[in-house]
Write a protein that binds this ligand. Sequence first.
Ligand code: ADP
Ligand code: MG
Length: 395
Amino acid sequence: MSDFLFFVGNRDKFALGLFKQFRIEETPSRVLIITPTLYYKKWVLEYIKSRLSDYGKEILVKAQEEREERKTEEFKDGLLAKYTFENFIVGPSNELAYRLCMEVSSNPGLYNPLFIYGSVGLGKSHLIHALGNRAKATGYRVVYSSANHFSEEMVKSLREGKIEAFRSKYSAVDILLLDDVQFLSGKERTQLELFRIFEDLQAKEKQIVLVSDRHPKDIQDVHERLVSRFASGIVIEIGLDMETKLLIVKHKLESFGLPADEEHISHVMENTGYSVREIEGFIKTLRLTGIRKGERTEQKTERLLMYVARNFNLKVEDLKKDTKERRVINARYIAIYFCKVLLGMSYSEIARLFGKPDHTHALYAVRKVEEKKSKDKKFFMMLEAMQSSLKKILQ
Ligand code: ADP
Ligand code: MG
């Protein structure tokens, strides 16, 4: 167990009876306990604290600290002060978006509208907050809103008879930043209001910046006239390639106080996908748990077994089963041999992996393979070929 997350039960779900008291979801690295009320959450927390080792306690306290941090984030004019150009790492896949945002921040109206899209966690929100912060610091009037917030605010204004105030709030700016515009989908009235504001701002040559998780043309249920406005300026995609990911991983390791050495870098590179949010989350956990060598080897053994099994037209389970079938035994011996020479596992570890009572089986297998390798040229060649593919797979 490395991480605990506590959720206060959503009242609706509770009322619907989806869960009565607690729900527990477990994965190898995390236990999620969902409690129905705050009272139960506190109770569980105390209970677990009193039973866990210091190691576990530390994780708990940290998890709470992080939530506290989030609550006290600065939030002025809709802009988050923590997102700046200075702490945005630039690489080939986000450089253009970064440069355009920089230019717009000191020269609003330059590329109008600027539309940035890309999948989640790639720094789109970070960039437009940075743009807003920079522009605000030089005296421009900026307003940031997400499409959802914009919509809620509009509905509320309408209900309270303050729609004019709403319109002028968004029209009296030099830069309008609208995040997650894919959420405009199906919201007729919001789209209408936005269209008006859009026309007004464009007529006054004010800057509009839009962010979405997809290209304007792929946003469902948004009026064609709005879509064509969105796409009428510059449309740019933001991504995350290997090179940029590497730069970000190095930087994030350092900023979270971890060494940016070979071991840490490759551990993070191997275990995360292409999302900066995921990378950050992974490093935060890593800070608490450290690199678990066992886990790494586990993943590698999985890959190794899969490769060997496939090579002999077998399943991974076949390699471990009790059988007299020569073909299967040979494949198992080879798998054992590679576990030894490529992963440096001990004979007892190998025996455990293959469900054998003691290390002699593994020892025997490795000897057999070595023997055959020295006598049989064809076998030798096959083993060499397998070894070089495996080295790549296990990198
Ligand atoms: P998106 O809006 O694209 O879903 P965010 O802007 O919310 O993504 O970014 C997710 C997290 O990753 C944020 O904490 C952000 O600071 C961080 N992040 C994303 N890209 C970068 C980058 N290039 N350099 C530094 N931090 C980044
Ligand atoms: Mg975002």
